[in-house]
Ligand binder design. Sequence first.
Ligand code: ARG
Length: 457
Amino acid sequence: MKLWEGRFEKPAAKSLEEFNDSLPFDKELWQADIKGSLAHSQMLYECGIIGENDFTLISNGLNAIAGDISEGKLQIEGAEDIHSFIENELTKRIGEAGKKLHTARSRNDQVATDFRIYAMWAHKTLAEKLKTLVGSLLVKANEGIKLIMPGYTHLRKAQPMCAGHFFNAYAEMFLRDLERIAQSEKRVAVCPLGSGALAGTSYPINRFMTAEKLGFLKPCENSLDGVSDRDFAAEYLFDCSLIMAHLSRLCEDIILYSAEEFGYFEISDEYSTGSSIMPQKKNPDIPELIRGKTGRVYGHLMGLLTTIKGIPLAYNKDLQEDKEGLFDAKKQVENCVSVMAELLLNISFKRQNMFKAAGGDFCCATDVADYLAKKGIPFRTAHAVTGKIVRSCIEKNITLQDMTAEDFKKFSEFFGDDIVEKVKAENCAAARLSYGGASPKSVRENIKSIKKRLNKF
Ligand code: ARG
């Protein structure tokens, strides 16, 4: 039964139904819809708009429907959308009283409310998962305190660093994501229920009561905006997109560092895949898939932004297109965050390779220049002298660590015997004691601070 068929002489065409119906996907909102209707009916009763008997029938009926759906006794099918499905089912069960549920309500404020309830839950779930992910990164950062690896710029070896620094960098990104989610959550928590179709209602409803019952911070202040605003969904999709960007960068690093050419990380067998033809292969499918899904989540953000850009106030059916992308983004992002939290704990370090790489390829050249500059030579001159040293090493096919103090002294009288110790990778890393730097000491401080900030969420 259509909620709107009274005005029509002929039933809807089959093709119209198939095209128009949203039940196949908006059934995802069933819990939110029942919760919303429970609060609405209680408010109607408390404001004297429906009687006690009707309210009891409605709330018992809604609770029974919820029970039957969760137990798999009631299939969600055969209606235009989730709102019609539940209302029809209620009326089937309790008769006339069921027809009073929609008093002082429109599907426009109903769907906006349901979608926001759903989004509030989504924010909570995502925040929990992000917390676990930051926890995994902290485990790796701790393991990495004693390890040295090269840091990169332009994907060329740049300077040695404590390996924990790498994981803390990602923990910082996901902490910002957590903060963003917490901020977005406040904007989702504004209740449109009671906005009616677009202009509010003439019934003496109490919008503050429903907002509070449903866990919102407040009711929205403009009914036109209330029914047509989907900013919260776009914002959630943006938050998801940025999380995916961070995950995707981490994936790229894991893929590179576990490749033979780098050989710093080893992904455990349980989290790797093989090849059907090349027996030697151990492939990083998990990080590749996460990287791949990033495009899909960005797509959902672009899709919604494009959908909302040209619609006049207030509700238009275009807005039915707001859901599938968000449902999919939620599922993908939650999965990716959880899988990454697990994958990280199944990555081991190839210490020797990391250490060797940190010393090689003139990773410590900045430290040679700094050595001279600290003796009073202008940094630009020290840079040029070190450049010459590097060039001569390349010609002789040796590293900075192969050079003796005498070799260094040939380039500048300011070199002392201690330069040999200074160019060891572990000493270069340990010297980066500046706030937020890559020394093991600074990394320990960073870990402490991340833990403290994490505990606030
Ligand atoms: N299925 C619709 C949606 O998701 C519900 C709201 C319908 N409102 C209307 N005026 N036709 O947007």
